[in-house]
Design a protein around this ligand. Structure first.
Ligand code: AR6
Length: 174
């Protein structure tokens, strides 16, 4: 097993194009779709994804739920619900940590090799980017140090500024 650091990769672009075992969706608690990455994932996966999401009955912030990937190149989607940013004194950091932990626990329990994450909560939900990237990397590193799966975590950055933020947090380029 590679060291935790070597099992983290950065990628720039659209998460819906990635051929991984699972991509993570930054959903809302209804799990019935929305804007941002959630909208892109539902568009690319097709209406079967929404149909499966309807059977789940929602998901509280900080937790995660698994569905199939349908028309996506990824086999599965792990839907998680980030915290809405209210200034940082309402438990937002712990909720975001819990999102990453919950998704990674599903990946471990299903023996997934590769899981790709968007920057959960940093768009419409307004979580500060640098703090969110720090939580993402720290939570993934501690999971990877203690677990065999996933073998690889990919952090997908939708824009160049987000890529720079993750590069700074990781102290390397890719
Ligand atoms: N691939 C990768 N990253 C993306 C993509 C994409 N195709 N599209 C956007 N991002 P957001 P949130 C980045 O707003 O803040 C939805 O309506 C984006 O640049 O998608 O958790 C849900 O239904 C940002 O860095 O999610 C919820 O109501 C990151 O993904 C709400 O938005 C997350 O931005 C969730 O808000």
């Amino acid at each position: 097993m590679l060291a935790a650091e070597q099992r983290i990769r950065l990628s720039r672009g659209d998460i819906t194009t990635l051929e991984v075992d699972a991509i993570v969706n930054a959903a809302n608690s209804s799990l019935l779709g929305g804007g941002g990455v959630d909208g892109a994932i539902h568009r690319a996966a097709g209406p079967e994804l929404l149909a499966e999401c309807r059977t789940i009955g929602g998901c509280p912030a900080g937790e995660a739920r698994l569905t199939r990937g349908y028309r996506l190149p990824a086999s599965y989607v792990i839907h998680t619900v980030g915290p809405v940013w209210h200034g940082g004194k309402a438990g937002e950091q712990e909720k975001l940590r819990s999102c990453y932990r919950s998704c990674l626990a599903i990946a471990q329990s299903r023996n997934f090799q590769s899981v790709a994450f968007p920057a959960i909560a940093t768009g419409i939900y307004g979580f500060p980017r640098q703090q969110a990237a720090g939580i993402a990397v720290a939570t993934a590193s501690s999971h990877l140090a203690a677990n065999e799966f996933p073998s690889l975590v990919v952090f997908v950055c939708f824009d160049p500024a987000m890529l720079e933020t993750y590069q700074a947090v990781l102290g390397r380029d890719a």
